[in-house]
Design a protein around this ligand. Structure first.
Ligand SMILES: O=P(O)(O)O[C@H]1[C@H](OP(=O)(O)O)[C@@H](OP(=O)(O)O)[C@H](O)[C@@H](O)[C@H]1OP(=O)(O)O
Length: 399
């Protein structure tokens, strides 16, 4: 696979090495997972933009660059074959990572739960994942959270205040994107124009961003690097990822509306309730595997302040940010929200029953600020989340 940072259209970066084993004094009590669905087809919105690109006059596209399935509305937003494979891989590695724990849990099938949002891509991701973890079909079927009640996975649709603030967030990000385009636009138009052998004025930067998404879909859906991805090199891809991150960090991330820092509070309240219940009665500890969307992961990341564990975070990602400084930013959607992006939450207890946790982002350990090690006292996380635990999501979202 070519090493291009393709933002939320990046295929899942399967880990190449297993995580560290827990120290012997820690006993695994529970595992929880919050995951985006696997690789999907473009949404209807993206299909329209792709169709415009396909029909752009003056683009003599080589054979194979135009793929009808990317503009067939019957495919819109559906989980793709490769998305199933991504979920199978994550489940298989989880079975290896927690083999004793999960084998024992399957003796009490009520202690494993699978939950998805009401979108086909999330539901089928949950189904595929469950089929690997529970081949004997002993556990309850996947629980689908009705969209109208969903405050934990597709939560953005049920927060009126967030929806009211979104146009302002989108406007703020568009101002920063304009600054970015004024600095980097000419270089991008020249580079892509040369590679497409067209006049650099034919394409706007917004159109180039769609070509970048097309490379992501080519790579994620077809493992193909010989068409749209030939237009990009790591530097131009990194610039377009930065352009996306200017937007995503303001719409779903730490540099947008204050509600962004609360949007995952209902979800993390559920996660903490299950952790507390597990600590009180370990034998009935429930491990829940949840499947949602890119924003599910981005909202959780924003509430946890993951960008602080992943890189520099003090200043908002801005259009005039130098690419060198931008390289060190903690909020990178290629790392936080690729297809099948997932956050694992492991719960342990030590010999004096003190609770510990470890976070795995895409199956790699993350050490939160305030933690001296990836295995960290649960009190650090509880304190960090504060009143987000037990939050009144409806009250927070009231206009
Ligand atoms: O890849 P992203 O995070 O942008 O995908 C979004 C969807 O946006 P789009 O693919 O259209 O750019 C968004 O669809 P929209 O029609 O509401 O804009 C969808 O609601 C959101 O959940 C993301 O989709 P995901 O792939 O299910 O995460």
């Amino acid at each position: 696979m070519i090493h291009l940072s393709l933002s939320t259209k990046t295929p899942y970066p399967a880990p190449t090495a297993p995580v560290r084993q827990a120290p012997s004094h820690l006993e695994l009590v529970q595992v929880q997972l919050v995951s985006r669905h696997g690789t999907r087809y473009p949404t209807l919105g993206d299909m329209k933009h792709i169709k415009d690109i396909y029909e752009l006059s003056g683009l003599n596209l080589p054979h194979g660059w135009i793929k009808e399935e990317l503009v067939n509305p019957e495919n819109a937003g559906l989980l793709a074959q490769y998305g199933h494979s991504e979920m199978e891989g994550i489940a298989l590695r989880m079975m290896q990572r927690y083999s004793t724990f999960l084998t024992e849990r399957l003796l009490h099938p009520e202690t494993l739960r699978f939950v998805s949002s009401e979108f086909q891509r999330s539901y089928m991701s949950a189904r595929t994942f469950r089929d690997v973890v529970d081949p004997g079909n002993l556990t309850q079927p996947v629980t689908v959270v009705p969209l109208s009640d969903d405050v934990s996975l597709a939560m953005k649709f049920n927060c009126p205040l967030w929806l009211q603030d979104k146009p302002a967030a989108a406007h703020n990000s568009s101002l920063e994107v304009e600054v970015f385009d004024s600095i980097h636009g000419q270089r991008l138009r020249q580079s892509i124009g040369d590679r497409l052998d067209i006049d650099s004025s034919v394409l706007k930067v917004e159109g180039i961003a769609m070509l970048y998404s097309l490379c992501g879909y080519d790579l994620s859906l077809f493992a193909e690097t010989n068409s749209w991805c030939t237009l990009f090199d790591p530097d131009t891809a990194a610039l377009l990822e930065l352009r996306n991150d200017i937007k995503y960090s303001r719409i779903y991330g730490p540099y947008g509306a204050t509600t962004n820092k609360k949007m995952a509070c209902s979800l993390l309240t559920e996660v903490f309730a299950e952790m507390d219940q597990a600590l009180q009665n370990q034998s009935s500890a429930v491990s829940t595997f949840r499947f949602g969307h890119a924003e599910t992961i981005m909202f959780v990341s924003t509430l946890l302040g993951l960008e602080q564990a992943l890189g520099s975070y003090n200043s908002p990602i801005a259009g005039a940010m130098s690419p060198v400084v931008a390289l060190r930013r903690g909020f990178k959607t290629t790392a936080i929200a690729p297809f099948a992006s997932n956050l694992g939450i492991e719960l342990y207890k030590d010999q004096s029953a003190q609770p510990y946790f470890r976070l795995l982002l895409n199956e790699q350990a993350v050490r939160l600020p305030g933690c001296s090690d990836e295995f960290c006292s649960l009190n650090v996380l509880r304190t960090k989340l504060g009143d987000a635990i037990g939050c009144d999501f409806v009250g927070i979202c009231r206009v």
